[in-house]
Design a protein around this ligand. Structure first.
Ligand code: NAD
Length: 435
């Protein structure tokens, strides 16, 4: 099939290259000339396990890159929109990019096409795209607009795209949805066909539900700290109940990234606009923000005043296996430490390059040990596997005080206390009174 994918970010590039890997002819489009120039030479601009291999395997054969939207539209039968929909004013989703692409499609549409929206957009956006094309496009060309929200996770995006739990396709005409379903057929995943608006809602409802689960377990963790229970054991006991399930029950610094914070805020706005305000979701956001403040509070209680203290920060990206820094807890915690006149050395296995320019007055270390040299405490902000593999004896030998404050509950108390560390996790029954 001939497919255009507009937007070559985390979603677009993974989608385009994986569709090419399935044997389709794919042309990827972006307005970012530098990115496209790099991709034409095989430079993959993001860190995503397995992505470089898929891109290189298909480049020049079934996968090409361009900034020319017109060319891509004209030569394709399916046009996927995968551009960014960042948070706009008051948390509302900014749909400027999607509208721009819709106008570009209208200008260049030359025969029947299916336009598939993969960007996360407010409910009703499918109709907006349809109207833009009707208004700006030729009168004698027909098309269908389909919603196909994406559920891939950064860090495992290639696997997620090729082995999705489900593929959701929303359309006004079932025949259009079925044609899109053909693209996904080789994946043998369940395909859920719905109307347009329900598909758009499924994406927001799924992300908001998962965010709620995280904030819920974080509040349980805070109570665990207060009463002396261990949230890891609590979550394990809860997870055996199939109605609850074990995923997204890891207490810690809360959710970040480009999706959960913005999608929850956008859904809150959609609720308000439609006179159906959410009560629960603003609290989910509040709890998430508070989690970072509680972590800072915990650091203060463990090490005392922050001024002059030396901290090794392990992990900057919002989660492991990605270099994405959007809404990462490190963006709140590191500047707060610096503001309190602490000395901060940071290390992240892949997000160092993207972090330059995001932080002021910190040192970037080459490895976890260099960051920990002479430190009063190690602060774990992202649960990279590499941090589980450190030599604890060596680490202890180089720190001023053997203290680990683990915002991601990577370690068990025993592992670290056996090596002589003072260890503090999240909700691990430390009975630190937060008032
Ligand atoms: P991204 O910021 O990584 O990439 C978006 C790309 O779109 C950029 O390369 C940008 O240059 C390009 N772009 C913007 N306007 C354009 C235009 N008019 N024409 C062509 N290209 C344009 O974003 P992303 O993380 O890939 O997310 C894309 C969409 O998918 C968003 O709506 C997001 O909410 C959704 N989504 C993201 C994820 C994720 O994990 N990142 C998962 C599911 C859904």
């Amino acid at each position: 099939m001939r497919i255009a994918v507009v937007g070559t970010g985390y979603v677009g590039l993974v989608t385009g290259s994986c569709f090419a890997d399935l044997g389709n002819q794919v042309i990827c489009v972006d307005v970012d000339r530098k990115k496209i120039k790099g991709l034409q030479k095989g430079v993959v601009p993001i860190f995503e396990p397995g992505l470089e291999e898929v891109v290189h395997r298909n480049m020049g054969k079934r996968l090409t890159f361009t900034t020319d939207l017109g060319k891509a539209v004209q030569q394709s039968d399916f046009i996927f929109i995968a551009v960014s929909t960042p948070p706009g004013k008051d948390g509302e989703a900014d749909i400027t990019n999607v509208k721009a692409v819709a106008r570009g499609i209208a200008k260049n549409i030359n025969r029947y096409k299916i336009i598939i929206n993969k960007s996360t957009v407010p409910i009703g956006m499918g109709d907006v795209v349809t109207q833009i094309i009707i208004k700006n496009g030729p009168k004698d060309v027909t098309f269908d607009v389909v919603s196909n929200p994406e559920f891939l996770r950064e860090g495992s995006a290639v696997t997620d795209l090729l082995r999705p739990d489900r593929v959701v396709i929303g359309a006004t005409r079932r025949s259009a949805a079925q044609k899109v379903a053909e693209i996904y057929k080789p994946l043998n995943s369940p395909i859920v066909i719905t109307d347009l608006k329900s598909a758009e809602m499924i994406k927001y409802a799924s992300n908001a539900f998962l965010a709620t689960k995280i904030s819920f377990i974080n509040e349980i963790a805070n109570l665990c700290d207060a009463v002396g229970a261990d949230v890891r054991q609590v979550a394990k006991g809860m997870a055996y109940d199939p109605r609850i399930g074990g995923q997204f029950l890891n207490a810690g610094l809360g959710f970040g990234g480009s999706c959960f914070p913005k999608d929850v805020s956008a859904l809150v706005k959609i609720g308000q606009k439609n006179h159906s305000s959410f009560r629960i979701l603003p609290q989910v956001m509040d709890v998430n923000q508070r989690q970072r403040q509680l972590f800072l509070e915990k650091i203060r209680r463990v090490v005392g005043p922050l001024e002059g203290k030396v901290f090794a920060v392990w992990g900057l990206s919002f989660k492991p296996n990605t270099d994405d820094m959007r809404e990462a807890p490190s963006l709140t915690i590191v500047p707060a430490l610096v503001k309190a006149k602490a000395r901060v050395r940071v290390y992240d296995p892949v997000a160092m390059e993207k972090s330059h320019g995001l932080f002021k007055r910190i040192k970037f270390a080459k490895n976890p040990y260099e960051a920990a040299q002479g430190a009063d405490a190690v602060l774990i902000l992202t649960e990279w596997n590499e941090f589980k593999q450190v030599d604890l004896k060596k680490l202890k030998g180089m720190m001023k005080h053997a203290v680990v404050i683990d915002g991601r509950n990577m370690y068990s108390n025993e592992e670290l206390s056996d090596e002589g560390f003072a260890y503090y996790g999240m909700g691990r029954g430390e009975v630190l009174d937060f008032g």
